[in-house]
Design a protein around this ligand. Structure first.
Ligand SMILES: Nc1ccn([C@@H]2O[C@H](COP(=O)(O)O)[C@@H](O)[C@H]2O)c(=O)n1
Ligand code: CDI
Length: 169
């Protein structure tokens, strides 16, 4: 029986998923995909609380079987207090390149009643595509409410999930 790990086998395609939640707190903007989006609340987090990028990083790290964002950037580490999450995404990209993979596509869903995400989708895709060095057509961002159900529905927080396909170079 082979003892090789999935990473040493280096299959042509790998998939990953990620999910992140942050609570709302007092404030007047939320950071999503590196953009400051005006809102009646802010985000409670150690970093900038960018759920879109955190979910995407976890999906990329998951595809590579390299753990999760908290392993690479521990919330106990003061270096990441208030950090711009785009650096986490660029780090995930470099790990992917080191492993000999490139992004096929990413599909991200933001889950919240507000703010409205639709007007910002194009700009968000541009930021993510830039940090990942891919074409904007490889990045999808969409949004849904939870029909006023649960913590998102009560406006207590925001969530995002991401799925990625990575391809061997
Ligand atoms: N924060 C959000 C949530 C939703 N949208 C857009 O509205 C559409 C309808 O949402 P439902 O939850 O009722 O399905 C959704 O498809 C999104 O286009 C949004 O922009 N921002
Ligand atoms: C991003 C990190 C950075 O310390 O902290 P948070 O901003 O709290 O975000 P979370 O989604 O809980 O991920 C954990 C950490 O890696």
């Amino acid at each position: 029986m082979s003892s090789s790990s999935p990473t040493s086998r280096r299959p042509a395609f790998r998939v990953g998923t990620g999910f992140d939640v942050h609570a709302f707190t007092e404030g007047d903007f939320v950071t999503m995909a590196g953009l400051r989006i005006p809102h009646s609340k802010g985000i409670l987090a150690h970093s900038d609380g960018d759920v879109v990028i955190h979910a995407l990083c976890d999906a990329l790290l998951g595809a590579l079987a390299l753990g999760d964002i908290g392993r690479h950037f521990p919330p106990s580490d003061e270096r990441w207090r208030g950090a711009d999450s785009r650096q986490f995404l660029r780090h995930a990209r470099s790990l992917m390149q080191e492993q000999g993979y490139t992004l096929g596509n990413a599909d991200i869903t933001v889950i919240c009643e507000a703010p409205k995400v639709g007007p910002h989708v194009q700009a968000m895709r541009e930021v993510l595509a830039e940090d990942l060095g891919v074409d904007i057509g490889q990045i999808s961002v969409k949004a849904t409410t939870t029909e006023k159900l649960g913590f998102c529905g009560r406006g207590e927080g925001i969530a995002a999930e991401a799925a990625v396909l990575i391809e061997r170079l």
